[in-house]
Design a protein around this ligand. Structure first.
Ligand SMILES: Cc1ncc(COP(=O)(O)O)c(C=O)c1O
Length: 386
């Protein structure tokens, strides 16, 4: 077994070989600009439209409701800022555990006079639906509800169908940041109405720097970026053709393998929970860890108070094991996790997020748990080969 272990798949996933193979011809061979009307352009355009069909079919949506973007962050910024500008949204209901691309967009809108309400969360970080209902019932003008499908740090999942029903009942627009669940969960937007969704290819073995935006035809927005008429005037800028092709192939594979992947990721997660519970006294887990209530790929471990816990992530990295303390986007900043703070996690306990992919094995988990146990006991651990 390679001594290096990658357990940070909520931050990003490796591009799979099949995806890379599909992308490669679109760099130098089929390099045309999709807006050009000659054969080079048409080839690139056709590739993009094929992917749009794949995404639309997966969501049970229309191709006219799918727009490619440069990231999940861009998708959520577009939705939140344009919903205020174009749909007359006067109030946003969201949660304190959203990804910063949502929270910071919401804060930007607050500075422009939009009212922000935060839904009450339970100790697992799940929005309380009574609280959401009460907020929706208080008449404060056109409302956008923005609640993520699965939390990237603790894995807790939203009951998206129930939230959709509540939004319908009160006539609110509904956005869900589905960046962590696209490719891992089935969606049927004809059954569960969501006005806006955001996706990002690098979370499901596609490339970085390419995402998509779903906009329901009843809530059409105007462009966020001004420029050319790409993406049917909705998102200017020459399309990232290899990236979009990669997104499409990665999504096709994810759809084909969805059930098997889910079972496999769940088996890794159960295995790690058991191993950790047996190896480390007073270990605990942040967020919901049930199969139905959480994302199969995320496990947030709460370590017992320990003098060595503070340096644990650094020491794991030295030992060749990649995990994270929370969101990759905030690592490097001194601030603790806003998600753990919002759910009232004990600040004295250090948290480590392990997140799995189809490429991880039980042997890697054995190695990780054993390394963690040794570190906490102060025993020497092996360094990676390279
Ligand atoms: C829940 C969630 N939303 C949005 C993003 C941002 O996606 P991107 O990296 O494509 O900007 C991430 C990535 O960490 C995420 O986990």
């Amino acid at each position: 077994m390679s001594v290096k272990v990658y357990l940070d798949n909520a931050a990003t996933t490796p591009v799979s070989k099949e995806v890379l193979d599909e992308m490669l011809p679109y760099f130098a061979e089929h390099f045309g600009n999709p807006s050009s009307i000659h054969s080079y352009g048409r080839k690139a355009k056709a590739a993009i439209e094929k992917v749009r069909k794949t995404v639309a079919k997966y969501l049970n949506a229309s191709t006219s409701e799918i727009f490619f973007t440069g990231s999940g962050t861009e998708s959520s910024n577009t939705i939140i800022k344009c919903a205020v500008r174009d749909l007359g949204v006067k109030r946003i209901i969201t949660s304190k555990t959203e990804h910063h691309c949502v929270l910071h967009s919401v804060e930007a809108m607050q500075r422009e006079g939009v009212v922000i309400d935060f839904v009450v969360l339970d100790k697992y970080g799940k929005p309380d639906l009574n609280s959401l209902g009460d907020l929706l019932a208080a008449e404060k003008g056109t409302t956008l509800v923005s609640l993520m499908h699965a939390n990237n740090e603790i894995g807790t999942m939203l009951n998206i169908a129930e939230v959709s029903e509540l939004c319908k009942q009160y006539g609110a627009y509904f956005h869900s940041d589905t960046v962590q669940t696209i490719g891992y969960f089935p969606f049927d937007l004809q059954k569960v109405k969501i006005h806006f969704m955001s996706g990002s290819a690098h979370k499901f073995h596609g490339p970085k720097g390419v995402g998509f935006l779903y906009v329901n035809s009843e809530a059409m927005l105007k462009p966020y970026i001004d420029g050319g008429s790409q993406e049917r005037n909705m998102r200017a800028g020459t399309e990232n053709v290899p990236g979009i092709v990669g997104l499409g192939k990665a999504l096709e594979l994810a759809i084909e393998q969805m059930d098997a992947n889910r079972q496999y990721l769940l088996s890794l997660k159960h295995y790690m929970i058991n191993k950790l519970t047996n190896a480390i006294e007073r270990v605990d887990f942040n967020g919901d860890v049930t199969d139905e209530g959480s994302n199969c790929k995320v496990l947030n471990v709460s370590l017992p108070e320990h003098e060595k816990a503070e340096l644990m992530l650094f020491n794991l990295d030295m030992a060749g094991i990649a995990a994270s303390g929370g969101s990759a986007c905030t690592s490097g900043s001194e601030k603790g996790s806003h998600v753990l703070e919002a759910i009232g996690a004990d600040p004295k306990r250090k948290a480590i997020r392990f997140s799995f992919s189809k490429y991880n094995t039980k042997e890697e988990i054995d190695h990780t748990v054993e390394t963690l146990r040794k570190m906490l006991k102060g025993e020497p651990v092996k360094q990676p080969i390279a």
